[in-house]
Every structure is written in C-alpha cells, then in structure tokens.
Write a protein that binds this ligand. Structure first.
Ligand code: ADP
Ligand code: MG
Length: 383
C-alpha cells in the first residue's frame, strides 16, 4: 500500500463546503448530516463500501440530486438552486457514456459545441485535450474502436474541455482491469498536478484511494467516519471502523489498569496514555500486523523485552510466504487471533505449532474506548 505523503494539502482556501447535508429516501438516510470542507486544488476521495452514500453525495454536488436539507457552497455561494450545467463542474462516471456515433474529436468537443463556442475555438481546445490525454492519433476513431482505458480517457477529456473548476469522478476506473487501472491512476495524479484543478473522486478501493488522494473521506452508512491523509488515517485511525476498513488490524480486548496500563488475558501490558480510564474498563487495542514481531521462545530469551514494548504469548497457526512479505498467524491462550507481517528478507524461521512471543511498541498501538463489534469485522467494512 502506498500513500501520497509528501504532497500535503495547503491549509489554503476552502472551495466547496457541504453543510449538514442530508438525502432521505422515505425514512432512509442515504446521506446523513455530512459536513465537509474541500480545499481549492485538492484531490479528495470518498472511500467506502457499496451503499455508504458516496455517489449520492457526489450527485448532490453535481446537481443531479437535490438535498433533503443542508447546504452546498462553492466559494461561499449556495449551489442548491443552480442547475448542473451552470455549476462549473465536470463529471466522469464508471460507464464512459460516450456518444457511439461520434468520433473521439466530436465527443470531446460536444460540451463546447452545445455551449456555442466557435469552430476554431472548439478545434483549439479539443487539440489541447487530445494532447493532454495522449490520444492525438485517435481523434477520428469511434468509441467502439478503442479499448476501455482509451474510452475512459476520452470521457476525462470531455469532462475537462470546458475547463471546469471542479472535476467529479464516480468510480471512473471501476470497469478496467488492474494493470490499466494503475496506469490511469498515475495519469490522473499527473493530470491533477498539471492542471491544479479540484478533484473529488469516488471509489470503494482503498489502494486506489491511497494512490490518488491528498485526503480521503471514509464513508459508512451515509456519514463521514474518518477524514485525513491516507498516511494519518492508516497510522492513527480515528476509530476501530477506519482501522479495520483501511488495511489489516489486530484487535486485542484489554481491561484498563490506570491510564497507561492494561491487562490482556491476565498479562500486564503498557498502552498509550489515555486519560480518564476506569480500572477494569474495557478498551480495544489495535496493532498493525507490520508493527508486530513474532519471536521464537529461544529468540525471545536472547533478546530481552525493551522498555516501551509489550509481549504476549501465543502459538503459530500458519506461516504464509507472499513474495515480498511473509505473514505469521498466531492464536493466544485466550483464543485471540493475531497476524504478524514481516519483509521476507528479514526471515521468519517459524512453523505451525511453534510457541511464540508477539511483541510491539506501546507507541505503535492505538487505543479505543468505544467501538461496535461489527467495526472489528473486515467483512463489514469491505466491499
Ligand atoms: P455508494 O455510491 O456509496 O455505493 P449510494 O450513494 O449510491 O452509495 O447509495 C446510498 C444508499 O442510498 C444505498 O443504500 C442506496 O440503495 C440508496 N439509494 C440511492 N439512490 C436511491 C433512490 N433513488 N431511491 C432509494 N434509495 C436510494
Ligand atoms: Mg456509487
């Protein structure tokens, strides 16, 4: 997994504000009181499982759906009564929705022709777009004579040709195979950098969100339950749902013993300082598999536990070689399953049945005081 970490969003101007936005279908809240500020020029992604409200939110921004209540502001001006074609917003969908009887050139020029630009102007701008999406030599083809990836580049060019300030993209690469998707992700990132346009992107694919976005808004049941850079959301998830949705997590159920200590299956552990914990309060600890180590008993004996680290005893259930990395699944005496991940180069001389010591640094483990059982289940968050 990768994340754009060296390209932070300037704490600059807010371009779009969603304020207490709701969309109800009967008494079902598809979008449930969302408030969000989108910065001018940022690449923001709505990430969530199917049905979490991403497309509905995007459609309200585009003007295809009317909010049940709430406000959408662009540069401080309300958009709610502005029709879609006057919103200065381009949109790309999963289905390319190109006109099959028009050439690539005429497809891209279409938004300009209906806006009554001169033929010269249309030609000039379409040429620039063809160059931008690297389809100069395809100008005269019909959509049916092109691959899915090429068609989607035409759709992107058509959305950009009238130079909208905001580009909305709803799972635009969802129908393409993995390799092509990754190529287009790279192209999109470069396009965003070159144009300086604001992009709001929808996907259910966490890796795609990580690759593309400066910030990610995580959707669940019509709400935004996490907002930040991919890096921050992954390293310090704000809640157990985000932890399990983004990447893999080990969850341990502990009883607090003071504000920085806890017990797990009668073993004493240190935890990040978490004020206001009551003795014996249930707390949830989250450790990423790559932040944990699994040591054989002999190894553990020769490498004493360092200050600021924890150790629990467990037994190996499975070791998997995954190429670049390896995983080791273990189970504790109390029946808690954990997974440890290491680079293959580091070696993992363990096999099923081996007793092990699983270690992690206190600072690397997140502590949650509130969660729902469903939050811990990857399947609940996955697509
Ligand atoms: P996502 O894009 O995250 O997959 P959507 O925004 O499309 O989710 O949908 C959110 C929820 O709203 C879903 O449960 C969906 O079934 C429901 N929904 C969307 N459009 C309608 C509609 N026109 N009528 C009734 N329910 C709808
Ligand atoms: Mg959708």
């Amino acid at each position: 997994m990768s994340a754009v970490i060296n390209e932070t969003v300037q704490p600059g101007k807010t371009l779009v504000s969603l304020r207490n936005l709701n969309k109800h279908y009967g008494d079902f809240a598809a979008v449930d009181n969302i408030s969000l500020d989108i910065q001018d020029g940022e690449f923001l992604t709505f990430l969530g499982s199917s049905g979490s409200g991403k497309s509905t939110t995007l459609s309200m921004l585009a003007g295809f759906e009317t909010p049940s209540s709430g406000e959408i502001l662009v540069s401080g001006q309300s958009l709610v009564n502005v029709p879609p074609h006057k919103r200065d917003i381009g949109m790309v969908f999963q289905r390319y929705s190109l006109f099959p009887h028009l050439s690539v050139r005429d497809n891209i020029g279409f938004p300009l022709s209906i806006r009554k630009h001169s033929a010269d102007e249309v030609k000039k701008r379409v040429d620039a777009m063809l160059k931008l999406v690297q389809l100069e030599s395809f100008a005269h083809r019909r959509p049916s004579q092109m691959s899915g990836g090429q068609q989607q580049r035409v759709a992107i060019a058509r959305a950009l040709v009238y130079e909208p300030r905001i580009l909305l993209m709803d799972e635009p690469l969802g129908a393409l195979d993995k390799k092509l998707r990754e190529d287009l992700q790279d192209e999109l990132r470069q396009l965003h950098r070159r144009l300086g346009i604001t992009i709001v992107y929808v996907t259910h694919d966490q890796e795609e969100a990580m690759r593309l976005s400066q910030r990610i808004a995580i959707f669940s049941h019509g709400k935004i339950v996490g907002l930040g850079t991919g890096y921050d959301l992954y390293q310090n998830p704000p809640n157990a749902f985000v932890a399990s949705f983004l990447g893999n997590s080990n969850f341990l159920k502990l009883k607090a013993q003071g504000n920085a200590a806890a017990t797990f299956e009668n073993q004493a552990l240190s935890i990040r300082l978490t004020p206001n914990l009551r003795t014996d309060q249930d707390v949830l600890l989250m450790v990423r598999p790559e932040k944990a180590l699994a040591l054989s008993v002999a190894q553990a004996a020769s490498e004493p536990l360092q200050a600021g680290w924890n150790e629990v005893t467990a037994k190996v259930t499975e070791v998997l070689f995954l190429g670049e990395s390896q995983t080791c699944s273990v189970i504790t005496a109390g029946g808690t399953a954990m997974t440890v991940k290491a680079l293959s180069a580091a070696g993992m001389p363990l096999k099923a049945g081996d007793p092990v010591r699983v270690r992690w640094a206190t600072a690397d483990a997140c502590v949650y005081t509130e969660w729902a059982e469903g939050d811990l289940n990857k399947a609940a968050g996955a697509h």
